[in-house]
Design a protein around this ligand. Structure first.
Ligand code: 13P
Ligand code: SF4
Length: 337
């Protein structure tokens, strides 16, 4: 992860091509020459507008070349509060940029493509949550709502506390209540239920990327390569998690792969994370059992350049919603989970 606001050193087109060609994903020298020109423009624009770029681990590898911070949802939520800049450009999906805005009301937060959504975040609305909460409180008067960070600001504002894939169990354990409505990821909810004695009531949402990964796909690799360590994201189905050596958030996968004495890993999450590992840990072997998130891949270098140049697309929120959502996020950050 890059900390501070300088980002990585600018590469020449040839250096960029050599770097990205390691991925075997069809990068050409011609494409890298265009990327290098956009990267240069973005660096200039960042200086001119006193901007920082935050990027999620699933972003395209060329986006990492302009990112000041790369991380998982929790790291990005923390960092977006700490960066010293007038503008934050968020290379990720809408709920992530919204989270940056919730904790940064005074800064301009830009998302290069407003179509970059999330199937999980779209599986629940603030209104539907309010109804379900009321219904469940008749049965469980102590009910509290834990919302995954992959939700809109409306849903965060209706919740008691937020969580991410790296702290969901700790957040649930820290609450002084037995009955918890966990929204919106049914797979993460089931994972949490298996780690706690509390009663977890799940919302029926899922991530279309992780939910399509099957245990057969993992078992096939395990059978051929019994030595691989299988790292799985908790948004995967329960029968996939059952085959994991470790269930981890995206950044925790990065740390695990770097620090483990093991040499070979099967990475079961969105493909951007495997690409990041292949580039940053070339001495180890990474097998992919990954799927692409079409939303994450909507962010391109050209889009980031346009975003910085034209100040688009600015994330705005009604203040009442922002304050409600901030309460949920602050509670999570204060738990230090
Ligand atoms: P992480 O917080 O583990 O990076 O996950 C975010 C996400 O959207 C996973 O699909
Ligand atoms: Fe949403 Fe899934 Fe894409 Fe993550 S991978 S942003 S949860 S659709």
């Amino acid at each position: 992860m890059h900390n501070g606001s300088t980002g990585p050193q600018e590469k020449t087109p040839h250096q960029l091509y050599e770097h990205l060609a390691q991925l075997d994903s069809g990068y050409t020298l011609e494409a890298c020459t265009q990327y290098a020109a956009w990267i240069h423009e973005i660096h200039e624009l960042k200086r001119r507008h006193n901007a920082v770029i935050l990027a999620h681990n699933y972003q395209r590898p060329e986006i990492f070349e302009v990112a000041d911070v790369i991380g998982d949802s929790l790291e990005l939520a923390r960092q977006s509060k700490q960066v010293a800049s007038d503008v934050v450009v968020f290379c990720g999906v809408h709920f992530m940029a919204e989270t940056a805005k919730i904790v940064n009301p005074e800064r301009m937060v830009l998302l290069p493509d407003l179509q970059a959504g999330c199937s999980l975040a779209e599986s629940i609305t603030g209104e539907a949550l309010a109804d379900r909460k009321e219904e469940l409180r008749q049965v469980y008067p102590d009910l509290q709502v834990v919302c995954y960070v992959n939700t809109t600001a409306d849903v965060k504002a209706e919740s008691d506390v937020c969580c991410t894939s790296s702290n969901a169990v700790q957040v649930v354990e820290a609450l002084d209540t037995e009955n918890i409505l966990f929204v919106p990821d049914e797979n993460l909810a089931r994972y949490v239920q298996n780690e706690t004695s509390k009663n977890i009531i799940a919302w029926q949402g899922n991530c279309y990327v992780h939910h399509q990964i099957t245990p057969e796909q993992i078992q096939e690799v395990r059978d051929k390569l019994p030595q691989v360590k299988v790292l799985v994201h908790p948004e995967c189905r329960e029968d996939v998690l059952a085959l994991a050596d470790a269930v981890l958030s995206t950044s925790a996968m990065m740390r695990y792969a770097k620090e483990s004495p093991a040499q070979e890993f099967l990475i079961v999450t969105e493909c951007g994370l495997s690409d990041r590992l292949l580039l940053e840990v070339p001495e180890k072997k990474f097998y992919k059992s990954c799927k692409l998130c079409a939303y994450m891949k909507m962010i391109t270098l050209e889009g980031v350049r346009d975003s910085l140049r034209d100040g688009r697309f600015e994330i705005t929120l009604p203040e009442e919603t922002r304050i409600g959502a901030q309460r949920s996020l602050d509670r999570m950050l204060a738990l230090n989970a």
